[in-house]
Design a protein. Structure first.
Length: 201
């Protein structure tokens, strides 16, 4: 069981990172928050959660999910402990809202905010609040870091790539990004573009 993997960042996108350690390249699924934290680093430490890819009720491979902070991994573990919230949905939730915002939504019973995330219906949102509110009662989550805004065109392209990787239609994703950025006039970070687009897709 891995706790973290540290090494050279060989390749990174808004949804995955490849970290080289001792001659091995680890392909790790990441959230938008983690991407923003480590995208400019040549070396990074990623806290990982090891899961199994299952087909026909049989494990067929190992999948790694990575997080820049232990608190984000803890939120991932809590979310995926809820019935109806799978690993991919957990990562999508952490790409739509950072761990701090998710914790606040759960503690405040903000079902509407949770429902705004793709794949989360009202019943699942209510279940998340019901099952995790007490567990989060004594926990303190670190606030999100201030992000440096990249060039608009680069940010738009990275955001589009991430949305396509998440399974969204290219045309719909492009329209959402243009709407969010006011046809490219507004300078937003990749994270802001993706999170705001996820709310309207």
């Amino acid at each position: 069981m891995f706790d973290f993997i540290e090494g050279n960042v060989e390749k990174i996108s808004p949804t995955h990172v490849v970290i080289e350690n001792s001659g091995l390249g680890y392909l790790i699924s990441i959230s938008i928050y983690t991407y923003e934290k480590i995208k400019s680093q040549k070396q990074a430490r990623v806290f990982v959660e090891q899961t199994f890819k299952v087909e026909n009720q049989n494990p067929v491979g190992i999948v790694l999910f990575g997080f820049s902070e232990p608190e984000e991994r803890e939120m991932f573990r809590l979310l995926t402990s809820v019935s109806g919230v799978g690993n991919n949905t957990g990562i999508l939730m952490l790409s739509s809202l950072d761990a701090e915002s998710l914790a606040a939504a759960i503690l405040n019973g903000n079902v509407g905010l949770l429902k705004s995330i793709k794949g989360i219906g009202e019943k699942t949102a209510q279940r998340i609040v019901l099952e995790l509110r007490d567990k989060l009662g004594g926990k303190k989550m670190k606030p999100g870091a201030t992000l440096v805004s990249p060039g608009v065109s680069d940010a738009m392209n990275e955001a589009l790539s991430a949305l396509l990787s998440l399974g969204y239609n290219k045309s719909a994703a492009e329209k959402a990004l243009m709407k969010i950025s006011d046809n490219g006039k507004t300078s937003l970070t990749v994270e802001e573009l993706i999170r705001n687009s996820l709310k309207i897709l």
